[in-house]
Design a binder for this molecule. Sequence first.
Ligand code: IPE
Ligand code: IPE
Ligand code: MG
Length: 231
Amino acid sequence: MEHPGFKTLPTHIAMIMDGNGRWAKKRLLPRTAGHKVGLDTFVEMVDACSDLGIPYMTVYAFSSENWNREKTEVDALMSLMESGIRRYTPEMHRKNIRLHLMGDLSRFPEKERTSLLACEEELSQHTGMTLSICLSYGGRQEILHAVNELLAEGKKEVTAEELEQHLYSAGLPDPDLIIRTSGEYRISNFLLWQSAYAEYYFTDVYWPDFKKEELYKALSSFETRKRRFGK
Ligand code: IPE
Ligand code: IPE
Ligand code: MG
C-alpha cells in the first residue's frame, strides 16, 4: 500500500505494542498465539518506518513488570523475542538498520541474552534507522539505574544532560509520537523521562491487527498536532 505522502514525520516514533493476549482470547487461542502474530506486526512496522525514512523507532516489547506473568508465558516470550530478532537480523542488515537494546538484560536467561547482544553488535555500525527495542525495560528502573551510575562516579549533583547520558536512550532524541494499541490509555512505565513533550496516539486496535494503514492513521493525526513545548 502506498503511503499518503506525509508532510511532517516524527523524527522518533515509539510504540507500546499492547493487546496480543486479548487478540488471542477473542479467537479462543492461547496468549502465545497472539504474541506470534504480534511479532509479524513488529516486523511490518519496522519495515514501514524504515521505508518512510523515519530516523528513530523504539518499541516496548517486554516491561520490568512483565516478569510477574506466568512462567510459561514469560518463557514463551523470551524464546519468541530471541528467535524473532535473530531471524530478522539479516533483513535489518540489508536495510542498514542499527539495533539498540534498552533495559535490564541481566535478567534474561544466558542463551537469549548472548544471542540478542550478538544481533545488536552485528547491526551496531549501521547508519539507517535506529531501532531501539525495550526488553525488561521500565522507565523508573532506567532513571534509578542512571542515578546509581552517577553516584558510583562520585557525583553529588547532576544536570539533566548528565542524567540523559546515563539513560539507556543516551544519544537518541526524545520521542515525538508514542502510539499505544489495544484501547488502554496509560504509559505503563514507558520512557518516563523522554516522553515529557511527546504526542500520544491511542487506538482500540489490538497490536496483532495494527497494520500499515493503522500506522498511517497515527501519522496523519501527528501531522495535525500543534506542538508548543510550553511556549
Ligand atoms: C503485549 O500484549 C505484549 C507484552 C506485554 C509482552 P499483552 O500480552 O499485554 O496482551 P493483553 O494486553 O493482555 O491483551
Ligand atoms: C505494556 O503493556 C508493556 C508492553 C507492551 C511490553 P502491559 O500489558 O504490560 O501493560 P499494563 O499491564 O496493561 O499496564
Ligand atoms: Mg497488555
